[in-house]
Design a protein around this ligand. Sequence first.
Ligand code: 13P
Length: 251
Amino acid sequence: MRIPLLAGNWKCNKTVGEGEAFVQEFLAQLGDTTGREVLICPPLTALYPLDKLLAGSTVALGAQDVFYEESGAYTGAVSPPMLRDVGCTYTIIGHSERRQYFGDTDEIVNKKMHAALAGGLKPIMAVGETKPQRDAGRAEDIVVAQVRAGLAGIPTEQMEQVVIAYEPIWAIGTGDTATPDDAQAMHATIRNTLNVLYGSAIADAVRIQYGGSVKPDNVDELMACADIDGALVGGASLKVESFLRIVHFVE
Ligand code: 13P
């Protein structure tokens, strides 16, 4: 049984005060979350105060990125133990914006995956193709290569902690969502890759989220797809009302 994971990636948005106001309002209206898992990934500056507010709730806290060393002379970096220290149980790794603006290569993504798992964080590994790659018929090859490279050397025992997020880059922040059929097809391809790498038990257990312009009005049809096990939500996770509607998607 894969429990759907509905995650808000706030990206570079919200001050501490704005994050606290969101979480107070969100928790007040959240209601019953049986059968689904809810996660908020605020900017680093808001992790510690939001952990205090989320304590005792059903909402988990995650980071948007993590560094691959534990400590040392790495100016600007934040390590897995530091994220655990402020209440994180998850971290996103390899988001396309990290790959595009911060130079995260497949090799770096893989190092971060190993470090996160060793440090007790559940990684959400993001993969996805560009529009030109899709138009050239290379989407599946690109995504499968990212999955294989990102998971290189990750042992079977750690795989149940791993979440994969399929985020076609052309769908991020554009309002241009993948159709449920296209998303489902790629999710099935990713699951098949997991089957090849780790066998059917792991392929059946690992959750694969969809991300890219998930909104209240398209979440239900995306979540109805057999291999879509949650959503990684950017813009629509910044407003309490729209994120609540996504969390309470209708099966
Ligand atoms: P949007 O939901 O704003 O398209 O962003 C998706 C995303 O990148 C989540 O990580």
